[in-house]
Design a protein around this ligand. Structure first.
Ligand code: ADE
Ligand code: ZN
Length: 336
C-alpha cells in the first residue's frame, strides 16, 4: 500500500503556500533578511507547534510569515514546495496564497505574486509539475480589503485561476464577501471557500456557499454530512470537497476516515489534501497513508479519491483527461 500510494500520480487542490514554510527555510530567510525568530533551532520551532483549534494554528502561521520579505523569498518558498510535490509524484497542484498577510506587513502585492509565478514557471519546465494559483481573502479582515486585493490582481488576472476564503471563520460568514465573490465570478474566476471542520454556524456557512455565493468547490466541508439537504446539493452540483485529514486531526482527534468513506458512499467528490504541510508535518503522501491506515481503505477507494482530485480540478478538460489517463495507466500496470 505504501509504494502504491507513493508512486501514484496525484493532484493536490488544498495547500496554502505559506503553510509549506519549513522551519529550516524560516531560519535561512530570517538570517538573510535580518529578522529575529523567537526560537534557537528549527527543532525548537517545531516543538512550539501546539495546535488544538483554528485560532491557535493561525497565530503561529501568521507570525512565521515575517521572514517572507522579498521576491526571492516567495520564489524560494514556492520552488521548495513544488520540488517536494515532484518527489511525492504530485504532478498537479492548485496553490492557495494569502496576499493580505503580506501587504499588511508592507510587502507589495507585486513582490509576492511575481516571486511565486517565477517558481511555478520553472517547476513546469524543469520538474514537470504543473500548478495554478488561487488567491485567498482573509475572512477576518474586512470586505473592503478583499475588494482592494481583487483590484490589485487585475493586471495579473491570467496568473490566477480562482479565489478562495480562509483564516478565522468565527463570525465571518461567506455572505460578508458576497459582492467580492460576485465580482470575481464576473472576471471569469473560479470560487471556493473554507468551511473548516466544527466551526460555529458551519451548516449555515455551507448553505451560504451553495445558495448565495454559488461556489465551484468547498474546502473541508466535512460537516455537510450532518444535513441531508446540504450534502445532496453538493452531490447534485458535482462539487468537489477538499478534505485535509491530518489538519482535521488537530481539531477533531480523528482523520475523519469515517466521514470520507461516507462522502464516497453518498456519491460526493471527496479529495485528500495537506492544507499546511510544514506545520502539520504531513504532505500529500503522508495524508493518504495515515488516512488509509485509520480507515483501512482499499486500493480502489484510494484511487477514487485521487481520481476525484483531477476531476474536480480547475484544469481544462483536455489536461484533466491527460492526467486521468496517466493515473489509469498506473493502476493497470500495478494490477498486472
Ligand atoms: N489558513 C491556512 N490554513 C487554513 C485553514 N485550514 N483554515 C483556515 N485558514 C487557513
Ligand atoms: Zn486550508
Amino acid at each position: 500500500m505504501q509504494t502504491f500510494i507513493e508512486n501514484m500520480p496525484k493532484a493536490e487542490l488544498h495547500v496554502h503556500l505559506e503553510g509549506t514554510l519549513e522551519p529550516e527555510l524560516s531560519f535561512e530567510l530570517a538570517q538573510r533578511n535580518g529578522i529575529d525568530i523567537p526560537y534557537r533551532t528549527p527543532e525548537e520551532m517545531i516543538q512550539a507547534y501546539d495546535f488544538h483549534d483554528l485560532p491557535s494554528f493561525l497565530k503561529i502561521y501568521y507570525a512565521a510569515m515575517a521572514v517572507l520579505q522579498k521576491e526571492q523569498d516567495f520564489y524560494q518558498l514556492t520552488w521548495q514546495y513544488l520540488k517536494k510535490a515532484q518527489s511525492q509524484k504530485t504532478l498537479y497542484v492548485e496553490l492557495f496564497f494569502d496576499p493580505q498577510a503580506h501587504t499588511s506587513r508592507g510587502v507589495s502585492f507585486d513582490t509576492v505574486i511575481t516571486g511565486i509565478r517565477r517558481a511555478q514557471e520553472q517547476a513546469r519546465v524543469e520538474l514537470g509539475v504543473e500548478s495554478q494559483l488561487i488567491m485567498c481573502f482573509l475572512r477576518d479582515m474586512d470586505a473592503d480589503s478583499a475588494w482592494e486585493h481583487l483590484q490589485l490582481v487585475k493586471p495579473y488576472r491570467d496568473w490566477i485561476v480562482g479565489v478562495g476564503l480562509d483564516s478565522d471563520e468565527k463570525d465571518n460568514p461567506p455572505i460578508k464577501f458576497e459582492r467580492v465573490f460576485r465580482e470575481a465570478r464576473g472576471m471569469g474566476l473560479k470560487l471556493t471557500m473554507h468551511c473548516d471542520v466544527n466551526q460555529k454556524n458551519t451548516l449555515a456557512h455551507i448553505g451560504q456557499c451553495l445558495d448565495e455565493i454559488g461556489v465551484d468547490r468547498i474546502d473541508h466541508g466535512v460537516n455537510s454530512l450532518e444535513d441531508e439537504r446540504l450534502w445532496r446539493s453538493i452531490r447534485d452540483k458535482g462539487l468537489g470537497l477538499t478534505v485535509c485529514p491530518v489538519s482535521n486531526r488537530f481539531v477533531v482527534q480523528s482523520l475523519t476516515s469515517g466521514e470520507i468513506r461516507q462522502m464516497l458512499a453518498n456519491g460526493m467528490k471527496a479529495t485528500i489534501n495537506s492544507d499546511d504541510p510544514a506545520y502539520f508535518r504531513a504532505y500529500l503522501n503522508e495524508n493518504l497513508l495515515e488516512l488509509q491506515a485509520e480507515g483501512d481503505f482499499t486500493r480502489d477507494e484510494i484511487a477514487t479519491l485521487v481520481a476525484n482530485a483531477f476531476e474536480v480540478s480547475w484544469l481544462p478538460e483536455e489536461r484533466k483527461r491527460h492526467y486521468l489517463t496517466q493515473l489509469n495507466q498506473y493502476l493497470t500496470a500495478v494490477a498486472a
